[in-house]
Design a protein around this ligand. Sequence first.
Ligand SMILES: Cc1cc2nc3c(=O)[nH]c(=O)nc-3n(C[C@H](O)[C@H](O)[C@H](O)COP(=O)(O)OP(=O)(O)OC[C@H]3O[C@@H](n4cnc5c(N)ncnc54)[C@H](O)[C@@H]3O)c2cc1C
Length: 490
Amino acid sequence: MIQLPKNLKERFGSRCTDSRFECSFYGRDVAYIPPFLVRLLTRPVPDMVFRPLCAEEVSEIIAFAGRRRLAVTPRAGGSTALGSCVPVKAGIVIDLNGLKGVLGFEAGKEKVKVLPGTTWAELDGYLRRRGYCVRSYPSSFHVATIGGWLSGGGCGVGSLRYGPLVNQVSSLEVVLPSGEIRRVTRHSQPCVSWFAAAEGTLGVITGVELKVRTLPEATRHFLLASKEPGGLFEAARDCARGLAHPVYNLHYNSRSLNWALQTGGLAPEPLGRYHTLAVSLEGTPTDLDRAGESIWSMVKGYGLTMLDDSLALEEWENRFRLLRIRRLYPSLLACELLVPTASCQQYLEEVENLGRQAGVRMLTYAHIISRDQALVMTLYYSDEGNPFRYLCDASLTARIYRTGCRLGGGPYTIGFWNTPYLHLQKIHHPDRLQELRQRKLLLDPQGILNPGKVYGPTPLLSPVLFGIGLKAAGFLRVFLHERVRCDGWE
Ligand SMILES: Cc1cc2nc3c(=O)[nH]c(=O)nc-3n(C[C@H](O)[C@H](O)[C@H](O)COP(=O)(O)OP(=O)(O)OC[C@H]3O[C@@H](n4cnc5c(N)ncnc54)[C@H](O)[C@@H]3O)c2cc1C
């Protein structure tokens, strides 16, 4: 057990701790993983936690970690589900929630300089008071931070119009694993894109300069529905191609998800009977009228149903409550993938078939994030009170990923728990993986920043062992089949 050095204790005071009790709160994120498995594969509870207030303090902590060869895990909102912000090898957690606030706002250039621990809700609130707003944000808007979302995938609400977050960032201040504080731009070496989606493995982001926008003049929401998903995906692709400009956001819910929400009292009639596509428009009133006409012709052309405006508005307001289904089924397991929009219907059919064979209902929703891609979340019910079943069910996750990968997609973020899929599903082209590893070697030759994530699995999660484990889980799951079917769906 490593103890806090006296000089750092004096310097940081109550902003650092090596109390086992206090550190234990940093040993998990929002996902439940059976504790015996976590303990078998990782050392998730850090030896010490620091809450710095500026880049210089982050640099001091990292320099100390480098001297002692301690792992450093950056953490902000802690809202990931793949262990991205949870230590694999104990060491130090840097809690970045103290680096909060707006440093500068240039209204004319629609640009803001912000500290990374600011949440999306806080930044958006600051901007709205001045007639501006953020361009895009995650559904975890109220807890997710600017630095956390940039270090993850950066796709969510509004990405359809503005692209992933990295496209909106002009420069960053980063503390490198050497302890050096560096300003990086889109064209420097290393550049902004190295740190986007790096999941805190290349540097700690301590400042972000990003583009914002003026508040839209008008907004309007439509909720398209259909008993079959095909026409909805066609409409979604038309909208993403710009046929109903100015679309800001497109969100799809499968019929099984709507049904589960409705039967649990979390969605009104008649949602449970339909697959739905929520179309949100933002622009001038004239543009919205024109786009509204295009949407009505899609409804007629694809034989869809247009639901009531009040339901459309409710669906939009629920964008921050996408996981409310967990109130009914707290043990949901989840897979998040990028899937080509052209393959979404096939993905849905195959995954629902898989669910039927396995005796579980697959609940799917998706953000359409570009002309070609959707960020798809499939959830299914398990039982975390029964670790044996929970582990056997995890074999379904692998099969869902396999389906998505075969259709040209793949897992969205990697964190710790998706590292085995780097090889099993070949998430990256080998050249891309090699390039990522070279960046890591260049910036972090000692491998202190967030080890065990992004570049390759730890030995116990090696593709061979993991593959055997999955096969065994899949085999044993057959014996659970009858029990699972009796779990009260329909
Ligand atoms: C209900 C719900 C909805 C969600 N919706 C979305 C969504 O729409 N889109 C999406 O992409 N994700 C989504 N997520 C996942 C998650 O909330 C996001 O990835 C979020 O942006 C993470 O931000 P955070 O502040 O919680 O970061 P954390 O979870 O604390 O950290 C995330 C990663 O970033 C690293 N990190 C954090 N801060 C820094 C920093 N300053 N410098 C370097 N590395 C850093 C951490 O080490 C970790 O690897 C959702 C999660 C939930 C629970």
